[in-house]
Design a binder for this molecule. Structure first.
Ligand code: BES
Ligand code: MN
Ligand code: ZN
Length: 500
């Protein structure tokens, strides 16, 4: 699927559909298209009179309209209340239209940008939103379905963004290019997280990281079990202990060497399957724990994207990865492990494994003397219980960083919401026998997870993103779908872009 910005004069009658936006109560054909198809005002009037279409938020009306000059059919997209219309709503409109267009087997869409896009959005933002949302909306993970009939085919090939001036067209085209790479990165993360655990072992994840590195010109290093042992990563080794699949520690780096610039270090949780270990999870929903490597997937995809976009920031991605399984030689509750920074942890619950491997990941990150250290993880059911699927939980030690992440969240459509890391929570993770224990008292689970991680951040500016909330959708969404969402990629790339 390809998006392009086209001048209104360049439009020839296309076999696809013209997409027009209407705010609630708006009844005129958008002025921008009026000249072309003013004769259709009657048709529209009839629709409004019959209340078939009222421009309400989320409303989409489709009709075949062969007499239309610019296309064979038309989508009317409801934009809702004018003062509540945002770029995120616009992405939703694009997503809904693209999904319906696929269902109608349309080959092409022309977006009437003038009536559809928020007034304040720049041409770059508009182009980016359309290519991003359309790529996300057309993502499918159906490689394991056999037989053509089961694979819904995608006929949608061309998306035109209709604009009026050359400068607008140029900027929109640049935005389209940017958004396409973002969409590809998010879909890469979704693919990695959607793969079942028998097809996404730590070794396979490392191989995918190497491929991504090759494609984007990144430096890639994968540490194997012996090297992990040398670095004394007791957290990662302990969790990996129950599985015959060896752990890996993936390191990806953008190549732009500027010695005066400290790197931004991203650390992603890469549990390719979380059974809970000896503290076994109940069977209900356990199959979803294949997405417990979503943090790692987002880190790989984000560094790939930073490379592709040639962002002038040094970015280093770290992904400790292993399986969490019971076996005849697993980690046991009560075991005490030593993290690579020297702190000891009593493992009370083997299902709180993410923080153990992240402790080693963060400790490694601290040694890189980062400007910012950010970890991203499907860390706690508690975060999902708190936010549902509507916000990424954020905690951290640096106001600047937390504020930037909130802003990046607003802009990118990946909302973040902050939880506190007050001193009182520290008492919950003190152990009788080691420096720390890996679970609290069953209260404030998402915060306790963050508070535990803080112990491994060595005083550098750090933030923790808990994506157990938005990393998997059970609910219908305008431009994403049920399943793995690639959470964090759009947020992190916006954050990195705005740093420069
Ligand atoms: N991977 C899970 C967290 C999770 C749960 C992610 C649901 C997505 C959806 C994590 O490893 C885990 O098991 N966390 C425990 C921690 C508890 C034992 C302190 C949890 O949240 O129950
Ligand atoms: Mn777990
Ligand atoms: Zn987990």
């Amino acid at each position: 699927m390809k998006s392009s910005a086209v001048l209104r004069d360049e439009i020839k009658k296309k076999p696809g559909a013209l997409v027009l936006g209407f705010f609630e109560g708006e009844r005129e054909i958008p002025a921008s298209i009026g000249k072309l198809d003013a004769a259709h005002q009657d048709f529209f009037d009839g629709l409004f009179r019959a209340k078939r279409f009222e421009g309400k938020d989320k409303q989409i009306f489709f009709s075949f309209l062969p007499a239309l000059k610019s296309a064979q059919s038309v989508f009317l997209a409801g934009l809702g209340k004018k003062d509540q219309y945002t770029l995120e709503k616009f992405r939703g409109v694009v997503g809904r239209v693209v999904k319906q267009a696929a269902a109608h087997h349309l080959a092409a869409l022309s977006f009437d940008v003038k009536s559809l896009a928020p007034q304040k959005a720049s041409s770059h933002d508009i182009g980016r939103a359309v290519s991003e949302a359309s790529l996300l909306a057309s993502f499918r993970f159906d490689k394991y379905k056999t037989g053509a009939a089961q694979k819904a085919d995608h006929d949608l090939k061309n998306l035109d963004l209709v604009c009026d001036e050359l400068l607008e067209k140029k900027e929109m085209q640049a935005g389209i290019k940017f958004g396409r790479l973002v969409g590809e990165a998010v879909n890469l993360a979704r693919t990695l997280s959607s793969e079942p655990a028998n097809q996404m072992t730590p070794e396979i994840l490392a191989a995918r990281a190497r491929e991504a590195a090759e494609d984007a010109g990144l430096i890639c290093q994968v540490l194997d079990r012996d090297e992990i042992k040398e670095l004394k990563m007791g957290g990662l080794l302990g969790v990996a202990q129950g599985s015959s699949e060896p752990p890996k520690f993936i390191i990806l780096e953008t190549p732009y060497e500027n010695p005066s610039q400290k790197p931004v270090v991203l650390v992603g949780k890469g549990i390719t399957f979380d059974s809970g270990g000896i503290s076994l999870k109940p069977p209900e929903g356990m199959e979803k724990m294949k997405y417990d490597m979503s943090g790692a997937a987002s880190v790989i995809a984000t560094v790939w994207l930073a490379g592709k976009l040639k962002l002038p920031v040094k970015v280093i991605g770290l992904a400790p990865t292993c399986e969490n399984l019971p076996s005849e030689k697993p980690q046991r509750p009560g075991d005490i492990v030593t993290i690579s920074n020297g702190k000891t942890v009593e493992v009370i619950n083997t299902d709180a494994e993410g923080r153990l491997i992240l402790a080693d990941g963060l400790s490694y990150g601290v040694n890189l003397k980062p400007r910012y250290l950010i970890d991203i993880a499907t860390l706690t059911g508690s975060c999902r219980a708190t936010f549902g699927e509507y916000a990424i939980g954020v905690m951290g030690t640096n106001r600047n960083l937390l504020d930037s992440l909130r802003e990046a969240g607003e802009k990118s459509g990946e909302r973040t919401w902050e939880l506190p890391l007050w001193d009182e929570y520290k008492d919950h993770v003190r152990s009788d026998f080691a420096d720390l224990k890996n679970v609290g008292k069953g209260l404030a689970g998402a915060i306790i997870g963050g508070k535990f991680l803080e112990e491994f951040t060595g005083g550098v500016p750090w933030a923790h993103l808990d994506i157990a909330s938005t990393g998997w959708f059970e609910e219908h969404h305008a431009y994403l779908a049920k399943g793995a969402t690639g959470a964090g990629v759009r947020l992190l790339i916006q954050f990195l872009k705005d740093l420069t």
